[in-house]
Design a protein around this ligand. Sequence first.
Ligand SMILES: Nc1ncnc2c1ncn2[C@@H]1O[C@H](COP(=O)(O)OP(=O)(O)OP(=O)(O)O)[C@@H](O)[C@H]1O
Length: 247
Amino acid sequence: MENPNFILTVEDLSVSFDGFKAVDGLSFYIEPNECRVIIGPNGAGKTTVLDLICGRTRATAGSIEFKGAELTRMREDQIVHAGVGRKFQTPSVYEDLTVFENLEISYPRGHTVFGALTFRRDGDVDARIREVAETIFLGDFLQERAAILSHGQKQWLEIGMLLIQDPQLMMLDEPVAGMSVAERKKTAELLNRIIRDRAVIVIEHDMGFVADIATRVTVMHQGKRLSEGSMAHVQADPKVVEVYLGH
Ligand SMILES: Nc1ncnc2c1ncn2[C@@H]1O[C@H](COP(=O)(O)OP(=O)(O)OP(=O)(O)O)[C@@H](O)[C@H]1O
């Protein structure tokens, strides 16, 4: 399906591990400013889909097209460079560095070769770091070491480390796991702000959080797409109730 309105086109995607099809003929399409949430029972293949999109796992068949580029043929670093950012489940911030430094080392500096430009750049980098820190609710923590942050704040910092690279597609695996109710609310607020400038794919089990963030929901089961649509649509789908929501 060719549609310039989609930033990501996943078609007939499959991967087998020793003959077991973890993802099996999956297709879905993401628009530029949507938050797509993937839900489904354990082992449905959700994390494997993100692994396939970011190049960590190679597809056995099918296609993943991002802004016209075929990701299944690209290396992980090329995919990052093309504008796809991925956050894993456990936070991996640098505990001994400050919030500012964590954001600073994540800033893409590949193009600041010329000394004359560097000075102005540094001012830009500084402003961008402060802007991102405000967005992730850590504006008052810039000089604090990451080690003193709460689990939820570390998750936000890691989202900030992705944001500073300005990916056009951001993927998050269970971003509110281990967070308090208040932190979940703020994370929903954060994601709703983030999708003004990019598309986001989130894997999530907390249905209250899903309701707060999802533009559309894709339900996976046994590597396949079981249902898709608005939260209300998938919640009312008897197939979804049977394999997932009813449990
Ligand atoms: N690298 C791998 N090698 C072998 N099997 C794998 C590999 N990665 C995933 N699998 C298997 O593929 C299936 C799908 O796993 P996946 O982690 O994608 O499911 P999930 O929907 O994310 O589940 P959960 O909600 O528990 O995280 C599982 O049976 C898993 O054991």
